[in-house]
Design a protein around this ligand. Structure first.
Ligand code: JCE
Length: 259
């Protein structure tokens, strides 16, 4: 896969040389190129922003500078990704879909964002354009979101370490629930023991305990995920555990018991 990242802070993308993404690059699985948007500015001061049309606070990134950059960086098969707090939510499903692409281009805005005509123009030109949000908070710019997207996509690429494990986990039907807690040695630390079941060697009991933990965590931390769960994917023991947690199936969906 090829990924181009365009930003006025190319140094912000330095972590793309480290860890999982850095290894995927040196292994030849991923080709990442980071570009300085200002190299496409034409004036003496390399200006990339201007005042907002209609007035208001802050500055907006100019479409002409972005157009020059993207005309150079985009290829016919590229998918243009524009991080923005007003985008559609970037999820694990988004990462899975993007991991099948040949070429991603990440356009990192700053200030109050990029002139809306940039997304409109490239959509009209036939380029696939996705305006994406990594969560409901406001960052200072798109660079941190680009790091998130590149890392989430890279770990799904064939041959990248971590890929076989994640596929196994998903095939075990854990998807849709939070992960169970994990432990390692030493068996006793700071007065806290590793749960006995995990050292019992009883694989069926371990599997059931982990599933109950996943359900308990999800009920406490992410009730929205439980409410969206496919009840057909739940067994009798899941439903017993959920009932203990105050969740029951009503009209084909999980609902908390009103107290
Ligand atoms: C960004 C800004 C809009 C005021 C470019 C923020 C994505 N999930 C996300 N949270 N925040 C972002 C994001 C992405 C790109 C830009 N800003 C700051 N945006 C209104 C300020 C500028």
């Amino acid at each position: 896969m090829r990924i181009d990242v365009v930003s006025i802070f190319p140094d912000y993308l330095a972590p793309l040389s480290l860890s999982l993404v850095g290894k995927a690059r040196t292994a030849g699985i991923l080709d990442v190129q980071v570009h300085d948007l200002r190299s496409w500015a034409t004036d003496r001061h390399h200006t990339v922003d201007d005042t907002p049309a209609g007035g208001g606070a802050g500055m907006v990134m100019r479409p002409d500078v972005w157009g020059a950059a993207l005309d150079d960086v985009l290829t016919p098969d590229a998918h243009l990704l524009i991080p923005t707090p007003s985008g559609t939510t970037f999820t694990q499903r988004t990462a899975e879909t993007l991991a099948t692409e040949q070429h991603l281009v990440l356009a990192c805005g700053r200030y109050e964002g990029i002139d809306a005509r940039v997304a409109e123009h490239y959509r009209a030109s036939g380029t696939r354009v996705s305006e994406i949000s990594i969560g409901d908070y406001v960052l200072g710019g798109g660079e941190a979101a680009a790091l998130v997207v590149v890392e989430a996509v890279t770990r799904l690429l064939p041959g990248v370490v971590g890929n076989p494990h994640s596929l196994v986990e998903e095939s075990h039907g854990v998807a849709g629930l939070l992960e169970y807690p994990v432990y390692t040695k030493p068996p006793a630390w700071s007065g806290l023991d590793v749960p006995e079941v995990l050292t019992s060697g009883h694989h069926r009991k371990i599997e059931r305990w982990r599933r109950d933990q996943a359900l308990t965590r999800t009920a406490a931390r992410r009730p929205d995920l439980l409410a969206a769960l496919d009840v057909a994917a739940l067994d009798k023991r899941d439903l017993a555990q959920l009932s203990e947690l105050g969740w029951v199936v009503v009209g084909g969906a999980l609902r908390p018991v009103a107290e």
